[in-house]
Design a protein around this ligand. Structure first.
Ligand SMILES: NC(=O)c1ccc[n+]([C@@H]2O[C@H](COP(=O)([O-])OP(=O)(O)OC[C@H]3O[C@@H](n4cnc5c(N)ncnc54)[C@H](O)[C@@H]3O)[C@@H](O)[C@H]2O)c1
Length: 338
């Protein structure tokens, strides 16, 4: 059966790269060929290359396509993914796909040229509460959307920023919406579609020189399909994450999904609708003192395998990854204007 396994390499063996490696090894349809990592932190039982060039040289004789799982600082995603595509690999890119629309378009062009696939990690889409919300909207159970209010109130303090020199920098991190909250902007786009007529205000309330961008933002907009929305966010919450939530008000009712990463259904009052009984809770990814988004990465690897074997579509494709980057870029156009 080994011949049928999808072969992976992991590039970047930090917090999330180590998790990718673990999940690839646990999946019976996947095989981990090795890890590209600059530092000496890769366990001895894994093949370790210090550079991409060494990895490409070592794997040149393998004829089947390999999937490169890119778990590097955000600002390196596009350039490294392009090198992998040119070396005939498919790519699975951690969120955010890249830090600019221009880079995203270059990536998509390169994948077309080399006939390879781009998968983007958007694991929060697999949370039961998020899937439920999408169904409530798509089936029009909640009616026409009037208003969506997204609140993301997290803790990211010196414990987080001291862990990697790239964090908090404009070139490699890009900003709070890219690194902390792009999952939730993906959900907003995935469920409610594109936005327009954006207004935004930002401030660095509590991080001083630890970060070279905002820690807090107030954003409002209209949906292209109709209705208004807002995103209020901060990473200035003391000690631990408070919540990530969406309040949705439709013509036929309203609901709220909440918890730390939109993993619970906190309120639902909708005409002619009774909430079914189902388990919504999902564990968070834990990184020492701080916690991240939903620990649903196993579903991402299942989708990569199934999509490459032709049994299901790509769950989060490059065009969707690009739209999220584009929305954040349009919001960040207001940087420096207030
Ligand atoms: N989906 C999620 O929930 C989730 C969670 C955490 C992080 N992420 C994303 O994953 C990416 C990595 O985040 P992290 O928290 O694991 O960061 P990290 O700093 O813990 O890990 C990055 C690793 O990349 C290595 N590296 C840097 N440049 C390299 C290069 N040129 N070649 C090889 N290795 C290199 C570093 O040494 C480090 O080990 C980011 O894009 C982040 O946004 C996603």
């Amino acid at each position: 059966m080994k011949e049928n396994k999808v072969k992976f390499i992991v590039i970047g063996f930090g917090h999330i790269g180590a998790r990718h490696a673990e999940l690839i090894q646990q999946n019976l349809n996947c095989e981990l060929l090795g890890v590209v990592e600059l530092e000496n932190k890769v366990p001895e039982n894994l093949k370790h290359w210090l550079s991409l060039e060494d990895c490409f040289k070592a794997l040149i004789m393998i004829s089947e396509p390999i999937v490169a799982s890119i778990c590097l600082p955000n600002g390196l995603h596009a350039q490294v993914a392009i090198e992998c595509l040119k070396n005939r690999m498919h790519v699975l890119i951690e969120k955010p796909m890249c830090l600019s629309r221009a880079d995203g378009e270059r990536l998509i062009k390169c994948a077309k040229e080399f006939d390879r696939q781009i998968f983007v990690v958007k694991q929060n889409r697999y949370s039961p509460s998020v899937k439920w919300m999408k169904e409530m909207v798509e089936t029009e159970t909640i009616g026409k959307i009037l208003y969506v209010g997204m609140n993301c109130f997290w803790n990211r303090d010196e414990r987080y920023y001291k862990e990697g020199a790239w964090r908090g920098t404009l070139e490699l991190d890009g900003g709070t919406l890219f690194t902390q909250f792009s999952h939730f902007i993906d959900i907003l786009y995935w469920v409610f579609g594109d936005i327009k007529n954006i207004q935004a205000k930002f401030s660095n309330l509590s991080h001083g020189t630890q970060i070279s961008f905002e820690d807090t933002g107030l954003v409002n907009f209209e949906f292209v399909k109709g209705g208004m929305g807002s995103i209020n966010y901060t990473t200035s919450v003391w000690d631990k994450n408070l919540e990530s939530s969406m309040i949705v008000i439709g013509e036929k009712g309203s609901f709220k999904i909440g918890g730390q990463y939109m993993n619970t259904i906190d309120y639902c009052h909708v005409a002619n609708y009774t909430m079914p009984d189902f388990e919504t809770n999902v564990e968070a990814n834990q990184y020492g003192a701080f916690s991240g988004s939903a620990a649903n990465h196993n579903f991402v690897f299942e989708n990569v395998v199934n999509a490459l074997q032709g049994s299901e579509p790509i769950a989060a494709n490059a065009n969707e990854g690009l739209m999220v980057v584009d929305i954040i870029e349009r919001i960040y156009q207001f940087r420096g204007l207030n």
